[in-house]
Ligand binder design. Structure first.
Ligand code: 5GP
Length: 222
């Protein structure tokens, strides 16, 4: 499998977008893709059941556990994870081909996957990882509770996971507090398009960001 030359990214870029469940990543990813037609979304493979409204090949490639294991053993997945008993993985070929030809790719994955990608030296030069933080944990809870076919126990589990995911914040390059869709999309767009961007206020070591994370981790949802 061809691997991009670490020293010559040729303009290719790998943008990772993560957020806790209910944190708005699907919305922001959709807006970002609409705003930037040069950004291509990677479509993951998953063993989870297809939900109503989802389309195979658009939302995910829905595959069996046996097929997932085969691809994993063949080295076809760039990273993989298991969430709530379902397996998810990022197909390697698509991303490597896009990066090799100087394209920008968006990956909407969770923190453990981001960590695996970060450990791949051949991808370091291409990578920009963005984490969306909620304004409050209660807001996250309310958004989960407002979803159709909501399940209180499942939402409890998602909120618990959210605390764990937020604790990974300083492994990301940029942090966006998701106050409004418009503001978060505009920031994500800047980050995805401008290589020389400083944007210190969105860096994980920024005092406001660190204070916000500490506040979130202290909040108890009721
Ligand atoms: P859902 O089942 O609700 O579509 O996704 C559950 C979680 O899996 C989300 O946080 C989503 O971002 C994450 N996810 C989707 N595809 C992948 C993938 O290929 N790799 C990893 N690590 N996470 C993924």
């Amino acid at each position: 499998m061809p691997v991009p030359d670490n020293g010559s990214p040729k303009g290719g870029k790998l943008v990772i977008l993560s957020a806790p469940s209910g944190g708005g990543k699907t919305t922001i990813a959709g807006e970002l893709l609409r705003l930037d037609p040069t950004l291509h979304r990677s479509i993951s493979v998953t063993t989870r059941k297809q939900r109503p409204g989802e389309i195979d090949g658009r939302d995910y490639f829905f595959i069996s556990k046996q097929e997932f294991d085969r691809r994993l053993a063949d080295g076809q997945l760039l990273e993989h994870t298991q969430i709530h008993g379902n397996h998810y993985g990022t197909p390697a070929d698509y991303i490597l081909q896009q990066l090799e030809s100087g394209q920008k790719v968006l990956l909407v994955i969770e923190s453990l996957g981001m960590r695996q990608i970060k450990k791949r030296p051949e991808l370091t030069n291409y990578l920009t990882a963005i984490f969306l933080l909620p304004v409050t944990m209660q807001e996250l809870w309310d958004r989960l509770a407002a979803r159709p076919r909501t399940d209180a126990l499942e939402n409890q589990r998602r909120i618990q996971n959210a605390y764990g995911e937020i604790a990974f914040y300083n492994e990301y390059d940029y942090i966006i507090v998701n106050r409004t869709i418009a503001e978060s999309t505009a920031l994500a767009y800047k980050i995805a398009t401008d290589d020389a961007l400083g944007l210190q206020a969105c860096r994980p070591n920024d005092l406001m960001v660190r204070t916000h994370v500490a506040d979130l981790l202290d909040q108890v949802v009721v």
